[in-house]
Design a protein around this ligand. Structure first.
Ligand code: SF4
Length: 209
């Protein structure tokens, strides 16, 4: 059975949690976090490498697990609600397996914007005009692929005033971490790699023809 890679890649949230536990001497919590990470990494490895499941099947498994832990752990302080789509204008990251899976939902109408977005780096994202900052899947302020949306979208929660998420205000928001769901995603991204979604998607769309 495989184990975690030496050059482990972790999300910003997990990184913050590890620093916090280390600072506070919470070694038992650190060990538990590592064990969970290893468990999910091995589960995804088993599906992907041992059972040779199609990456789209493994993505569905990722979304199922992330949703289960979000349902269990979503804090009551979250201020996110249906109809608010400010976070769909920020830079989104995804794994290559998710981009491959999501490429089936890219329509011809979305392609020119995706092409433009795929050339914009993380630090220049908010320099684009407001329309181009919006995700290609956002339609009438709702996610048109909600059931299939990337794990990073599922994991995005804030507990600050939602108006601070308005990208035109460029304010700092207060994110919430849903620990086990974040660990699941961290395990997955160590298997498939993570990067900006737009260039990844664009690559798969082009290779799909
Ligand atoms: S995939 Fe959906 S939830 Fe995620 S940024 Fe795009 S529109 Fe928003």
């Amino acid at each position: 059975m495989s184990s975690l890679p030496d050059n482990l890649d972790v999300t910003d949230n997990i990184n913050l949690l590890v620093s916090k536990y280390s600072r506070e001497g919470k070694y038992k919590e650190l060990q538990e976090l590592h064990q969970k990470l290893e468990y999910f990494y091995n589960e995804f490895s088993r599906l992907s490498i041992t059972e040779k499941k199609d990456s789209r099947e493994v993505v569905k498994q990722l979304y199922e697990l992330v949703d289960i832990y979000i349902r269990e752990d979503r804090p009551k302080t979250a201020t996110c609600s249906k109809g608010c789509s400010y976070c769909c204008s920020i830079h989104v990251s995804a794994t290559s397996a998710e981009a491959e899976y999501l490429s089936q939902f890219v329509t011809d109408e979305m392609k020119p914007k995706l092409e433009r977005q795929s050339k914009v780096s993380f630090d220049k994202w908010l320099d684009q005009d407001l329309e181009d900052q919006k995700c290609i899947f956002l339609k009438d302020n709702e996610c048109s692929i909600y059931e299939h949306r990337p794990a990073s979208c599922r994991l995005h929660f804030v507990q600050s005033n939602p108006e601070l998420c308005n990208p035109s205000t460029k304010q700092i928001t207060e994110r919430i971490m849903i620990t086990t769901a974040e660990i699941v995603y961290t395990a997955f991204m160590n298997l498939y790699g993570q990067s900006s979604i737009a260039p990844l998607l664009n690559r798969y769309v082009k290779s799909n023809g």
